[in-house]
Design a protein around this ligand. Structure first.
Ligand code: CTP
Length: 440
C-alpha cells in the first residue's frame, strides 16, 4: 500500500476505450442532449460516427456534431463520399459510397438518441427510406447491437401504439432504454423525456460490461450511521459512502439485482439500484436482516458506529447558561455483518454451499492492515474481508484495498498504487464473481 493519487495505466483509458459507436439522431427537441452525449462518449475513449435524419437537422446542425465527433456527419443515403468499412472517411480499407452498409461494419453498437416515436415505428416495420433507418436495417444483427433512447411527449409515449412498438422492438433484440420523467418541452409534465446524456452514457457502459453477476441478488451497506444524542445532535463519522455506492454501480452493471442500504450520505443513487435510506445502526441492522433473506451476496462496506448514546433525549438538551456539561454514556451497537454472517445462510456461504449467503466484510484500520484484516475475517466469520486504511480513504475518491481470504492475500490495484473507487469496485465485483464461479 503506497502513496495515493497515482493512477494505474488501465485507469487512464476511458470506459469506452476501443469502442466504435454509431450515434444516430432522429428528429426531436432532445437532439441538444445528443451533442453532450457525443462529447461524453469521445471523452470516455470511444470513436463516434454521427448519422442524422433530415428531421434531426431541424434541431441540431451537422456542423456541431462534426466538431464534437471529429468525423464527417452523414445524413443522406445518396451521399457519394467514399467511406470505408470501419466507418472512417477516406481511411484504410476498401472505400465505396455505400454509407448505409459501411458505417456499421466494425461498429460496436448503434445508439439512436433521440429516438422519436416515428423512428421507432419505422424500425419496427423495417422501413428504409432514409439513411439512418436503412443503416439500422442493413446492420449485421448478431454483431452490432441497436440501442434506442426514446424521446417524446408523454401522450405519445403512453399511446398503445408506441408501447406495442417498444414491446415488439425489445422482442426483436433491440435495447430500449428507459425514459425520464418531468417537465417536457411542450409544457406538459410526465414520462417520455429522453434520459440525460450522463444517464445514457452510464447505460452504455453497463451494456458493455460482462454480466458476471447475472442472477445474483446483492445486498450492500454503505456510508456512516448517525446515532442521535437528541433531536438536533448526533454522532457520526467521516465515511462518504463512495466505495459502497461504487460497488453497487459495478454490481448492477455486472447484471446483479442490487439493494443498497445507505446511511446518511448525499450521493446520487446509481442507475438501476434499489436504495433504502437509514440513519442509525439499529435501523441499518433491521433493513439488512430483512433484505439479506433475499440476497445471495452481502457486502458490508458501511462504517457502522460502534457505540450509540445510551439514552437519546426526546427534546433538545439545553445549555440554559448553567455551565453544566451533559454526561453521555454509551451502549454498543449490534454488529450487522457478524449477525448476518453467523446466520444459517451466512454459515453455509462460508463453507461454500450453493444456497448460502456469500458475505464480504470491510475493515477500516489505521495500522497493521494485513494482521488486523486477517483477524477480523475470522472474528466476523466471513469468507472474504477487504481491508483499507480508514483515515486515508474516508471521503476520498481514491483508495487501495487488500483482499484477504482463508488462504490468500491480494492487493487492489495489483501493484500497490492507489486507484479510483470506481476502478476498485469493478475489480472487487469481478473478484467476487470469479470466487462464485463466474469469471468475467
Ligand atoms: N460492521 C457492522 N456492524 C457494526 C460494526 C461493523 O456491520 N456494528 C461491519 C462493517 O460494515 C465492516 C466490518 O464490520 O464490514 C468491520 O468494520 P470495522 O469498523 O472495521 O470493525 P469493527 O467491527 O468495528 O471492529 P474494530 O472497531 O475493533 O476495528
Amino acid at each position: 500500500m503506497t502513496a495515493f493519487n497515482v493512477r494505474t495505466k488501465s485507469e487512464l483509458t476511458g470506459e469506452l476505450s476501443g469502442k466504435h459507436i454509431v450515434l444516430g439522431l432522429s428528429g426531436g427537441i432532445a437532439a441538444y442532449k445528443a451533442a453532450e452525449l457525443c462529447r461524453a462518449m469521445v471523452k470516455e475513449g470511444a470513436t463516434v460516427q454521427v448519422v442524422m435524419t433530415e428531421a434531426a437537422e431541424h434541431f441540431m446542425t451537422k456542423v456541431t456534431m462534426q466538431a464534437l465527433s471529429g468525423r464527417q456527419v452523414f445524413g443522406s443515403q445518396w451521399d457519394d463520399t467514399p467511406v470505408n468499412v470501419v466507418g472512417s472517411v477516406n481511411g484504410e480499407g476498401i472505400a465505396n459510397n455505400m454509407p448505409h452498409i459501411n458505417l456499421t461494419r466494425g461498429a460496436d453498437a448503434i445508439v439512436i438518441a433521440p429516438c422519436s416515436a416515428d423512428f421507432m415505428a419505422k424500425l419496427l416495420h423495417g422501413r428504409a427510406d432514409e439513411l439512418l433507418s436503412l443503416m439500422c436495417l442493413a446492420r449485421p444483427i448478431a454483431e452490432v447491437p441497436l440501442i434506442l433512447a426514446p424521446a417524446m411527449n408523454r401522450e405519445m409515449w403512453a399511446n398503445p401504439a408506441t408501447q406495442r412498438n417498444v414491446a415488439q422492438l425489445k422482442q426483436d433484440g433491440i435495447t430500449v432504454l428507459e425514459v425520464g420523467e418531468g417537465d417536457q418541452a411542450c409544457g406538459e409534465v410526465g414520462d417520455g423525456r429522453m434520459l440525460e446524456a450522463d444517464e445514457i452514457l452510464a447505460d452504455l457502459i453497463a451494456f458493455f460490461t460482462p454480466k458476471s453477476l447475472l442472477g445474483q441478488k446483492v445486498l450492500i451497506t454503505a456510508g456512516p450511521t448517525y446515532e442521535a444524542i437528541d433531536p438536533v445532535r448526533g454522532i457520526t463519522n467521516l465515511s462518504s459512502g463512495k466505495m459502497g455506492f461504487a460497488i453497487a454501480r459495478a454490481a448492477v452493471e455486472a447484471g446483479a439485482d442490487v439493494t443498497l442500504i445507505a446511511g446518511p450520505v448525499s450521493l446520487p443513487t446509481p442507475r438501476g439500484v434499489k436504495r433504502v435510506d437509514v440513519k442509525s445502526a439499529q435501523n441499518m441492522l433491521l433493513a439488512s436482516v430483512k433484505y439479506a433473506n433475499y440476497a445471495t451476496i452481502f457486502i458490508a462496506s458501511a462504517a457502522v458506529a460502534d457505540w450509540r448514546p445510551a439514552n437519546s433525549a426526546d427534546h433538545k438538551l439545553k445549555k440554559e447558561g448553567s455551565g453544566t456539561v451533559p454526561q453521555l454514556s454509551f451502549v454498543e451497537n449490534p454488529d450487522i455483518l457478524a449477525t448476518i454472517a453467523q446466520s444459517e445462510r451466512g454459515k453455509k456461504g462460508l463453507s461454500g454451499m450453493p444456497d448460502g449467503l456469500f458475505c464480504v466484510g470491510f475493515a477500516a484500520e489505521s495500522q497493521d492492515l494485513l494482521a488486523n484484516a486477517q483477524a477480523k475475517r475470522i472474528r466476523k466469520g466471513v469468507p472474504l474481508l477487504v481491508g483499507n486504511i480508514g483515515p486515508a480513504t474516508f471521503g476520498q475518491d481514491d483508495n487501495a484495498l487488500l483482499l484477504v481470504d482463508a488462504k490468500t492475500v491480494k492487493e487492489l490495484p495489483e501493484h500497490g498504487h492507489a486507484a479510483s473507487k470506481r476502478y476498485l469496485a469493478q475489480q472487487l465485483v469481478a473478484d467476487i464473481a470469479a470466487r462464485l464461479g463466474h469469471p468475467a
